[in-house]
Design a protein around this ligand. Structure first.
Ligand SMILES: Nc1ncnc2c1ncn2[C@@H]1O[C@H](COP(=O)(O)OP(=O)(O)OP(=O)(O)O)[C@@H](O)[C@H]1O
Ligand SMILES: O=P(O)(O)OC[C@H]1O[C@H](OP(=O)(O)OP(=O)(O)O)[C@H](O)[C@@H]1O
Ligand SMILES: O=C(O)c1cccnc1
Length: 479
């Protein structure tokens, strides 16, 4: 594992300024609860896949103002007494999170930070940075997996990613959502993700011909996948691949060929024919070139003979939606008398008004079924395990409700840090990947389709809803 980086100053300046205000105004030790959520599902998808927790854990374990950090803060004008306070700082909050790889929806608290206001405020920027990116890429990857089915999916995005962290944390997010391997060797080392690769056009250019390049590669590697489109796929690339595979039958394990340009439906059928005629029925056809869920689906509809899909740019950059837009909001704060009070930010846009109070998300299934029936966001005090029935109440249509009795309810938010101490044992990456696959199996197909998916029901408990309305009224009265 690489030397972990301290990212304490990876925060917006205003967080440090607010911390200074809390400290100087003697409210730094007051308790606060913040929740992280997004308001709208990305890519017009019917669900999102949550990722970013492993990065949060790594970050929190390093959270501390170092001497270098303090020197810099001094240089930009902070006073010695405040710097002494920061020098003593250590994170002591409780952090709850939904598990990585979970299927999640808009307006659900994915992370909850409960601690003093300083702890909760300091981590905002980094938490949002990690979760916004990784959840976006995991969701994009799940859409691609959804159309690729059981075909092998390779993540090829590093060269096009927005810098190094995006490349390898993105590779991890893609793996969680069902990609089979990554080309990024660092991600393989750091996370234990399988690594996989073919070769580039430069190899063919360097050796001057398809045949010379494939032969050189076969002489130096056991497994080979030859890139056949440098000069002419059907006239030169595939015939050269076949020739080398035959000549070096005992030295190389000829896995297949990769196509990276042209009409990949027509080409793949002709390549398949050539390989089969030569007796290489087991050789696989790899394809890459600006692929995403739309092109893969389209190529499948054209009956393209492609077995393995290499996906780069459009996955790793979240090409058609570059930001998830997750937010981190204060939902409760201790007042001067030691009482926790729900807080919210009013907005003209009703959808933007946050829901006050510390919450829990419950995932509901019927007792006789494994499919998810809906989610239920309740106050942290409500315990659905002991409730005989629940009223599924839709805050946007408060007159429509449904009561269910034979249900199972599973809380999604789990304690990760308790009073600053890591108490969560992180699952292995392969386990997270399986968890995602199982969760997606448990989601009805109408929420998984790519085009115009149905909206998955996310209900608010009546108590939570009433608290919200009461607080809005109370704020209006004091304006
Ligand atoms: N049969 C097909 N149906 C739909 N899309 C396709 C098909 N074949 C290829 N594509 C996609 O169409 C796009 C075509 O890419 P582009 O115009 O760059 O052509 P190209 O052959 O790759 O050219 P270049 O030689 O410059 O790389 C790519 O995103 C590719 O994945
Ligand atoms: O198209 P993407 O989904 O982003 O997948 C990654 C791309 O990266 C490589 O191309 P590149 O032109 O960088 O290298 P090359 O010279 O080997 O073709 C590869 O051949 C893919 O086309
Ligand atoms: O291994 C490959 O074929 C590969 C790796 C990165 C980008 N494009 C292709």
């Amino acid at each position: 594992m690489e030397t972990r980086r301290n990212l304490t100053l990876h925060t917006d300046l205003y967080e440090i300024n607010m911390i200074e205000t809390y400290w100087r105004q003697h409210v730094a030790t007051r308790k606060a609860v913040f929740e992280l959520y997004f308001r709208k599902l990305p890519f017009k998808n019917g669900y999102a896949i949550f990722a970013g927790l492993a990065r949060i854990i790594e970050y929190l374990e390093q959270l501390k103002f170092t001497n270098d950090d303090l020197d810099y803060l001094k240089k930009i004008g902070y006073q010695a007494d405040f710097l002494n306070y920061l020098a003593q700082y250590h994170f002591s909050a409780t952090v709850r999170s939904v598990p990585e790889g979970a299927v999640v929806f808009a307006n659900e608290p994915l992370i909850q930070v409960e601690g003093n206001i300083v702890d909760a405020q300091l981590v905002e920027t980094a938490f949002l940075n990690f979760v916004n990116y990784q959840t976006l890429i995991a969701t994009k990857a799940a859409r691609i997996k959804n159309v690729a089915g059981d075909d092998l999916l390779l993540e090829f995005g590093s060269r096009r990613a927005q810098e190094t962290d995006a490349a390898f944390w993105g590779a991890r997010a893609a793996y969680i959502s069902g990609f089979d391997a990554t080309s990024n060797v660092k991600a393989g080392e750091k996370f234990g993700i399988p690594v996989s690769g073919t070769h580039a056009h430069s190899l063919v250019q360097a050796f001057g011909s398809d045949y010379a390049a494939f032969k050189a590669y076969a002489l130096t590697h056991r497994d080979s996948v030859f890139l056949v489109d440098t000069f002419d796929t059907l006239q030169s690339g595939v015939p050269a691949a076949i020739k080398v595979a035959k000549e070096f039958k005992n030295q190389t394990n000829f896995l297949g060929v990769r196509i990276d340009s042209g009409d990949m439906a027509a080409l793949s059928k002709q390549v398949r024919y050539q390989l089969d005629q030569a007796g290489f029925e087991d050789a696989k056809i790899y394809a890459s070139n600006d692929l995403d869920e739309r092109t893969i689906l389209n190529l499948k509809m054209q009956d393209a003979k492609i077995d393995v899909w290499g996906v780069g740019t459009k996955l790793i950059t979240g090409f058609d939606q570059p930001a998830l837009g997750g937010v981190y909001k204060l939902v409760a704060m201790e007042d001067a008398h030691g009482h926790m009070r729900g807080t919210l930010k009013l907005s003209n846009n009703v959808a933007k008004i946050s829901t006050p109070g510390k919450k829990q998300i419950w995932r509901i299934t019927r007792k006789d079924d494994t499919k998810f029936k809906g989610d239920y966001i309740a106050t942290a005090e409500e315990n659905l395990r002991t409730a005989g029935q629940i009223e599924l109440f839709d805050p946007e249509h408060p007159y429509m409700n449904q009561t269910i009795r034979d249900f199972k309810a599973k809380p999604l938010l789990q304690e990760i840090f308790k009073h600053g101490k890591l108490i969560y044992s992180q699952p292995k990456i392969a386990e997270i990947r399986r968890y995602t696959a199982t969760a997606l199996e448990r989601l009805w197909p109408e929420y998984k389709r790519q085009l115009n998916p149905q909206e998955y029901p996310v209900h608010l408990s009546r108590k939570l809803y009433q608290q919200k309305i009461a607080l809005i009224q109370q704020i209006h009265q004091t304006l």
